[in-house]
Write a protein that binds this ligand. Structure first.
Ligand SMILES: NC(=O)c1ccc[n+]([C@@H]2O[C@H](COP(=O)([O-])OP(=O)(O)OC[C@H]3O[C@@H](n4cnc5c(N)ncnc54)[C@H](O)[C@@H]3O)[C@@H](O)[C@H]2O)c1
Length: 369
């Protein structure tokens, strides 16, 4: 198969769909890879590394789109890329179509076979989303520690303290993938950690993982209010799959909190779990409300594109190789995870939730392949 990879054009997006090691794997499997010049620079991969791995370097993105049977990206195509679609092209990337009707219409009109990383599902696990939650979780403590510094508006407390001084209190709302990874780093940095979740089974797992290093609490209004009052750093990491994020972190708590405490609302990409949250960017990541520093960046993994690219492609390579080997149709028949990833197929919507979100007809992929 002819595989293409272009430079991401979304603002502040430095990840890339293929690493040189990925290219080596596709080439070893007998495929041809076209890389746009400079596509990997933002993630620290030079053009010559791709050439050494066996890719053909192409000067401009339009030619890569034109030459490819399968385009491997990171972010959804932007409107300036829609005219580059061609019928039967396999597009393998994050799409988030439920929130993007314009893009969905463009993929349907272009008769693209669009496979969305975020809907690839193995059992109940989302293997191409999890690495980004792991990164965001770990990064949330790193960013929180930074904004606790005085010069960034924080109260000026070191997470671990030193002998003779109090440690910082870190409160984590939601103990899923983000929350567990935040917990790991906060514990590792020596903070006092409290983690809240509604799922008792999850709290038991966290208790078994971290033992005496953390306090687990059931998440309800009174527990949240009590712990955030003493918190130096609060991490928002709740998710109700397919539902709107509950606003656990209420505005009325802010005046009761320490001046210069930090709230990192990782869940902001789903609307956020803070009543006072609004989305921010890497260029301007924080704002202060009632003395509490709010960090609400919607694409946190973009801060560490090298790690994010490698983590993402570690997860996407496996399915990409299957699609390249068998074609999308056969690969979808053989592999339920790939089947669940197909959102659009030759002008039809094949993801039920996306169809529901836009009031469009849904077609079962198996009726067409
Ligand atoms: N900002 C970013 O860059 C970024 C990156 C990755 C993930 N995220 C977001 O982070 C959020 C968490 O993702 P995840 O992968 O950890 O999800 P997850 O499903 O693994 O975990 C969510 C947890 O929230 C818990 N929860 C649900 N309702 C709750 C409540 N009322 N109180 C306390 N806990 C509750 C669930 O039981 C679950 O354990 C999502 O919104 C995700 O989109 C953001």
């Amino acid at each position: 198969m002819k595989i293409g990879c272009v430079k991401e054009i979304k603002n502040n997006e430095f990840r890339v769909g293929l690493t040189p090691d990925n290219v080596r794997a596709y080439v070893a499997a007998g495929h041809h890879v076209y890389m746009e010049k400079g596509a990997g620079i933002g993630s620290g991969f030079a053009d010559n590394e791709y050439v050494d791995a066996g890719a053909s370097l192409i000067d401009n993105a339009a030619d890569v789109w034109h030459l490819s049977d399968m385009m491997i990206k990171v972010k959804e195509p932007l409107p300036e890329e829609y005219s580059l679609f061609h019928e039967g092209l396999i597009l393998y990337t994050y799409l988030h179509l439920a929130a993007d009707k314009e893009q969905m219409d463009a993929l349907l009109d272009g008769k693209v076979k669009a496979v969305a990383y975020e809907t690839i599902q193995e059992d109940r696990f989302l293997p191409c989303l999890a690495p980004m939650s792991q990164i965001a979780g770990r990064l949330s403590i790193q960013e929180g520690a930074k904004y606790l510094e005085k010069k960034f508006g924080g109260e000026g407390i070191l997470l671990a303290g030193v002998p003779g001084t109090p440690k910082a209190n870190v409160v984590i709302l939601g103990g899923g993938t983000v929350g567990m990874n935040a917990c790991k780093i906060a514990v590792g940095m020596g903070a006092n950690v409290t983690i809240l979740d509604v799922n008792l089974k999850r709290l038991e797992e966290l208790d078994n993982m971290f033992g005496a290093h953390i306090q687990t609490l059931v998440s309800n209004d009174s527990n949240v209010e009590r712990v955030v009052k003493d918190a130096d750093l609060v991490i928002g990491s709740v998710l109700i799959p397919g539902g709107s994020t509950p606003k656990l972190f209420k505005k009325k708590y802010l005046p009761e909190m320490k001046n210069g405490a930090v709230f990192v609302d990782v869940a902001i990409d789903q609307g956020g779990c803070g009543e006072s949250s609004h989305v921010t960017t890497h260029d301007d990541p924080v704002f202060i409300e009632d003395g509490v520093v709010h960090y609400c960046v919607g694409n946190m993994p973009g801060a560490v594109p090298r790690t994010s690219t490698i983590a993402l492609t570690n997860a996407t390579l496996k399915y990409g190789l299957m699609i390249a080997k068998d074609g999308l149709e056969e690969a979808s028949k053989k592999n339920a995870a790939i089947y669940s990833g197909v959102n659009c197929y030759l002008g039809k919507l094949t993801n039920k939730n996306v169809a529901l979100a836009h009031g469009y007809d849904f077609t079962e992929l198996s009726e067409m392949i």
